[in-house]
Design a protein around this ligand. Sequence first.
Ligand SMILES: [Zn+2]
Length: 65
Amino acid sequence: MNPATLMPDLRPHIAQCKFYNCSHMHEPGCGVQAAVAAEAPPTGIQPSRYRIYRTLFEELSQPRY
Ligand SMILES: [Zn+2]
């Protein structure tokens, strides 16, 4: 599961992503990264929120023991 689905301010932008399985980290055509570039709600995402997303994504990507 991608943590962006748990963040209400990121979730609307996922629909704009070019790839269904987009990680919103480095893909071209990513709606989330485009919104971060716009910086402020409602059309953008605050950079601090995107940093939280990246932290969550990296933690969830760790191997499970
Ligand atoms: Zn994306």
